[in-house]
Design a protein around this ligand. Structure first.
Ligand code: ACO
Length: 399
């Protein structure tokens, strides 16, 4: 790339790059992506290796601290996560007062912002580590708590003896009348799902976190902005939109060919959900992993999900269609991730919350990196003004 930062002050030069498709907003040592070759690495480690061998907790540590943890370090991190997994009891009254139909992403964004009021002090490195653990641990508790309250069920508290993913599943699905049996295949599927979502360089929500943070806004509020940015169906909300699209086909008989035709019709704003990516112009490496996980998970659990058959059929038609070939549109992670989440038992309106739990370590790592950046600058893009030239005010009687 060309570094134009030196020209900025002297010439007033403004580059216009709609959607920032070719604009670098920062230097980063966290995640490497090659969109032409379909490569994704966190801190140099290929996503395939991390998905196969690591855990979400370890990947979170890696992204935030830069290196894989030693045994001692991961134990210390786990203790911190356990110590800070409970949420303030007063926060329960917030949940109770959201209208029933509120979207869980709106609730989560508000609750994370509110954490700053409950835990206001961030001083020194020790407190910063606690804030990180607090966020990672509490966001999971808040998500499960919000689900329980939305169903009118008793809240289940986190347990010290369970791993990060086990705890989440238990808080979501355990009830005094129907104890939840933890299944290692489901735990593994959840862990891989979270690992695959953990970071993706300067995507829309991460850029929101960095931009808000660049005004020296605290971590909680910056993450809350990231959650809001993730909500949209062109970004994180796509996982919910994909399942709704597949359900329309299976349950309401919408035809696959009509969906493909609508996606290709430039007069129709409809897009094939879960297809296309700003950076990947080949198969998304995360999709390969999650697609094969769908097959193995469903097989192990002896489940047949007609939505998976339809998704595969749609993919087959789309990847052989000239429109999708010419526009280099391949299935992204959201195309198959919803099938995994459905199998785990996550309700559709919580899919994007699951994405947020996964993306959290990435947002934190990127926020920290930007705060430590010696070249740090307030993010403040310019514009090309296209409005009126100067004109005189007209009194209301004369308009
Ligand atoms: N269906 C139909 N056409 C599409 C699709 C799609 N899913 N995606 C892109 N196109 C078309 C566009 O209409 C455009 O055509 P044009 O140049 O004739 O106008 C062309 O392909 C290029 O697309 P852009 O919109 O310019 O590409 P951009 O990088 O801005 O968009 C995006 C990327 C937003 C992901 C887009 O592909 C999309 O809307 N996909 C569907 C939503 C989705 O799956 N989002 C999840 C993304 S991954 C993530 O956030 C985890």
């Amino acid at each position: 790339g060309i570094d134009i930062s030196a020209l900025r002050r002297d010439t007033g030069l403004i580059t216009l790059d709609p959607g920032f498709a070719n604009t670098g907003s920062c230097k980063s040592a966290i995640t490497f992506m090659d969109g032409e070759k379909g490569i994704l690495r966190y801190r140099g480690y290929p996503i395939e290796q991390l998905a196969e061998h690591s855990s979400f907790r370890e990947v979170a540590y890696l992204l935030i601290n830069g290196e894989l943890p030693s045994k001692k370090e991961i134990t210390r991190f786990s203790v911190l996560l356990n110590d800070h997994s409970l949420v303030h009891e007063d926060m329960r009254t917030f949940f109770a007062n959201f209208p029933r139909a509120s979207h869980p992403m709106g609730i989560l964004s508000s609750m994370v912002n509110a954490l700053k009021s409950f835990y206001p002090y961030i001083e020194g490195e020790k407190e910063a580590n606690i804030t990180v653990a607090r966020l990672i641990s509490k966001v999971r508790t808040l998500a499960a708590m919000s689900y329980k309250i939305s169903r009118g069920h008793t809240v289940v508290y986190p347990r010290q003896d369970l791993s990060y993913c086990e705890n989440f599943l238990n808080m979501m699905f355990h009830s005094p009348v129907r104890p939840y049996k933890i299944d290692p295949d489901i735990v593994q599927a959840l862990s891989v799902f979270l690992i695959l979502h953990a970071d993706h360089e300067q995507n829309c929500s991460t850029s929101a976190v960095r931009l808000v943070g660049s005004g020296k806004v605290n971590l909680y509020a910056s993450i809350s902005a990231g959650i809001a940015a993730l909500w949209g169906h062109l970004h994180g909300g796509a996982n919910q939109a994909v399942i709704e699209m597949l359900e329309n086909i299976v349950e309401r008989g919408e035809s696959i060919s009509r969906i493909i035709e609508r996606a290709k019709d430039k007069k129709d704003p409809f897009r094939l959900m879960g297809f296309g990516h700003r950076v990947y112009k080949t198969y998304d490496p995360r999709t390969k992993i999650i697609k094969s996980m769908c097959d193995t998970l469903l097989e192990k659990l002896h489940i047949h999900d007609p939505l998976l058959d339809i998704a595969k059929e749609l993919e087959e038609i789309a990847v052989n269609d000239d429109y999708f070939i010419e526009n280099k549109l391949y299935p992204n992670i959201d195309f198959y991730s919803g099938i995994v989440l459905r199998t785990i038992g996550i309700p559709t309106n919580m899919f994007t919350v699951m994405f947020a739990i996964g993306r959290l370590p990435g947002w934190i790592a990127q926020w920290k990196e930007s705060m430590d950046d010696p070249e740090w600058k307030l993010n403040r893009p310019r514009q090309i003004y296209t409005g009126y030239q100067e004109r005189n005010y007209i009194p209301i009687e004369e308009r």
